[in-house]
Design a protein around this ligand. Structure first.
Ligand SMILES: C[S@@+](CC[C@H](N)C(=O)[O-])C[C@H]1O[C@@H](n2cnc3c(N)ncnc32)[C@H](O)[C@@H]1O
Length: 388
C-alpha cells in the first residue's frame, strides 16, 4: 500500500517536473508566426507549446497506441510478422500513457483555433483511454469514425476475432464551438450523392504506396493516403493549416500538399523526418480548378421560390409535378402552390401530398418542358449562377 502511494507520488512529481521544463523550453523557442509547410524536430508537446495560441485549423493525430506487444509474432508458415514494437510505442503502464495523452491533448487544444477540430486515430489498445481524456479536457466528440480495413492482417494464432478496424475520434473544442468546417455537400458528392456515413471501408497502406527503406518498411504504422484524403476533404478548406503532432512518414503532409492545405509536422526521429521530407517533395498540388469543392448549401445565396416567378422562369398557373408525375400542384402568383388537398409553400405542399413530416420542395417538384420533367432546383441553380 505504502509502496503504491510512493509510486503514485513519484509519477505525479515527474509529470510536474516535465511540464515545468516544457514550459521553459517553449518560452525560449516561441514561434511568432506559424512555420507553415515545415517539419519540426522534437517532442510534440514542447513544440506545440511553442506555437502561437489558437493558430491552426485542424489537428490530425496518430499517436503511439501503447500496443504492449510482447515477443515475436510468426505466421503459420513460420515467417516473421512485422509488428509494431518500436521504442516510441513503449510506456511504463497505463498511468504513464494517460499522463502523456493528457499532456499532448492539452497542448493541442491550446494551439487549435476555436473554429478548429481535432482527429485522433487509435485502436482498442488506446482509443477508450484517449476518448475519456479528450472529453475530460473539454473537447466534444462529433463522430467516432470506424475505419474498417478491407484487407486486415489475420489473427495468426486463431485465438481472437480478426482485428479489422481502427477508430477515429473527430472532436470540436466543446459544446458551444460550432463554427467548425464540415464539407457536408462535398462528402455527399464524393459518395455518389449519398450522405457519407461514419463507417469507412478502406484498405491498409500497402503496395507501391508503402514507403520502403533498404527493402524494409520505412515506417511501421504508415497510414493510407485515402484515409487522410477523407479527413482533410471533409474538415478543411483550401489554404487551411493542418498540424500533425506525430508526423511519422508524413502521410498528413503529403495529402495536405496535394489538396492545397498547409501542414506542420512534428516528429522526434530523424529517420522519419527524412522519409517524410523526401516523400512530400515529390507531391504536386492539384490545380485551383480541380480543388473546387461542392459548397455547403448554407454558403450559397438564398433564392426564394418567388424569385423564379418574379423573373419569369415559372409563370403563375404552371403545374408542378412530383417524381413520376404521381403528384401535382399549381403555382400561384404569390409563390405558394396548391394541390387537390393543400396549399402553402413548395415544401409544405410537397410534404402534404406525400403524407410526410417534411419535404425539400426544391428537389421534389419539377416542371414539364418538351415532355420531360425538369427539377425546379436546376432553375434555382441558374438564378444562383447569375448572382455570382
Ligand atoms: C503512429 S506513428 C504516426 C505514423 C504516421 N501517421 C504515418 O502515416 O506515417 C507515431 C509517430 O510519432 C512519433 N512520436 C512519438 N512520440 C512523439 C513525441 N512525443 N513527439 C514527437 N513525435 C513523437 C514517432 O516517432 C512515430 O513516428
Amino acid at each position: 500500500m505504502i509502496l503504491l502511494m510512493t509510486q503514485k507520488t513519484n509519477i505525479k512529481r515527474k509529470a510536474a517536473q516535465a511540464a515545468k521544463s516544457r514550459k521553459a523550453i517553449a518560452k525560449k523557442t516561441a514561434y511568432k508566426s506559424l512555420p507553415k509547410d515545415k517539419i519540426l524536430k522534437g517532442d510534440c508537446i514542447e513544440l506545440m507549446n511553442s506555437l502561437p495560441e489558437k493558430s491552426v485549423d485542424v489537428i490530425f493525430a496518430d499517436p503511439p497506441y501503447n500496443m504492449q506487444l510482447k515477443g515475436e509474432l510468426h505466421r503459420p508458415d513460420n515467417s516473421h510478422v512485422d509488428a509494431v514494437n518500436d521504442s516510441w510505442d513503449q510506456f511504463d503502464g497505463f498511468q504513464a500513457y494517460d499522463n502523456f495523452t493528457r499532456d499532448w491533448l492539452t497542448a493541442a487544444r491550446r494551439v487549435l483555433k476555436d473554429t478548429g477540430t481535432i482527429w485522433v486515430i487509435g485502436s482498442y489498445h488506446n482509443i477508450y483511454r484517449v476518448g475519456s481524456i479528450i472529453q475530460d479536457i473539454g473537447f466534444w466528440v462529433l463522430n467516432d469514425i470506424v475505419w474498417r480495413k478491407s484487407n486486415p492482417m489475420p489473427n495468426f494464432r486463431g485465438t481472437r476475432f480478426t482485428n479489422a478496424h481502427e477508430t477515429l475520434l473527430w472532436c470540436n473544442k466543446g459544446e458551444g464551438f460550432n463554427k467548425y468546417t464540415f464539407n457536408y455537400e462535398a462528402m455527399k458528392a464524393f459518395n455518389d450523392d449519398i450522405q457519407m456515413r461514419s463507417d469507412w471501408v478502406l484498405p491498409i497502406c500497402s503496395g507501391k504506396e508503402r514507403l520502403k527503406v533498404n527493402g524494409h518498411k520505412g515506417h511501421s504504422t504508415q497510414k493510407p493516403e485515402a484515409l487522410l484524403y477523407r479527413v482533410l476533404l471533409s474538415s478543411t478548406n483550401k489554404g487551411d493549416v493542418v498540424l500533425d503532432p506525430f508526423f511519422g512518414s508524413g502521410t498528413t503532409g503529403a495529402v495536405a500538399k496535394k489538396l492545397g492545405r498547409h501542414y506542420i509536422g512534428l516528429e522526434r526521429e530523424d529517420k522519419y523526418i527524412k522519409l517524410a521530407t523526401d516523400r512530400i517533395k515529390q507531391i504536386e498540388t492539384l490545380s485551383d480548378e480541380d480543388l473546387e469543392i461542392t459548397p455547403a448549401k448554407r454558403s450559397l445565396p438564398r433564392v426564394a421560390f418567388g424569385t423564379l416567378i418574379e423573373n419569369g422562369m415559372i409563370k403563375p398557373g404552371t403545374i408542378l409535378f412530383g417524381p413520376g408525375k404521381r403528384h401535382a400542384a399549381k403555382v400561384r402568383a404569390d409563390g405558394t402552390v396548391i394541390s387537390a388537398d393543400s396549399k402553402g409553400s413548395i415544401h409544405q405542399v410537397g410534404a402534404s401530398v406525400q403524407n410526410a413530416p417534411s419535404c425539400n420542395g426544391w428537389t421534389f417538384w419539377n416542371i414539364e418542358v418538351n415532355d420531360n420533367l425538369v427539377s425546379i432546383d436546376n432553375l434555382r441553380a441558374e438564378v444562383r449562377a447569375a448572382m455570382n
